[in-house]
Design a protein around this ligand. Sequence first.
Ligand code: GLP
Length: 241
Amino acid sequence: MKLVKVKNYEELSAFAAEKILEKVRSSNRVSLGLATGGTPVRTYELLIDDFKKRKTSYQHVHTYNLDEYVGIAADAQTSYQYYMFEHLFNHIDIPKENVHLPNGTAENILQETQRYEDAIDKLKGVDLQLLGIGENGHIGFNEPGTPFDRTTHVTELEESTREANSRYFNSLDEVPTHAITMGIATILKSKEIVLLASGEKKAEALYQMFNGEISNNCPASVLRNHPNVIVVADEQAASKL
Ligand code: GLP
């Protein structure tokens, strides 16, 4: 696992955007694993800026998001699908049919998790996976305790995760209790992973990720077993390293 320390959120976002652009330009068929949350917002803005200025095309890019809430309609403002269209897809030339997220309102949710896993498995993992990290060390929505061999599945969110994400909802009560998430085994199939951590709230999770045991108490620690991971941390997130 390689650590890249940068000064601040802007530099972190520029690094991530450049990595994504390199990948997008590298081949005529590219799969990207994408993340939501506050951290990648500026990265996506920089991709949009690049699209406006340099017209880097995404016609050949297929995206697979890490997770989606269960029970939130795809077109609701709080869905991760809505987030992705607002923050990125509406502003670049990616074909809609190339965009993949789990369907959190599927009638048969188990079948949906299998369908999603099969699609990623067919690629033998995405080419580049972008990750954030939860304050408790979660990746995607793989909370502490999730076995490392889980593939895409339905997970119950920790109270602390619901609270951290409640800023996107009118109240904590509205935050879903469950989500569909790529499993750790799904994430580990990725050919390359870039994890972004910004702010002092992430410092302890990063400390555990690098220095704690590789254990499901800190899901992100498993990334030490992957051959091609870059962790990009700003000064505050890296303050305990
Ligand atoms: C959510 C998402 C994760 C994300 C994490 C951190 O739980 N499911 O994919 O990495 O939040 O979010 P933020 O970047 O807002 O700190």
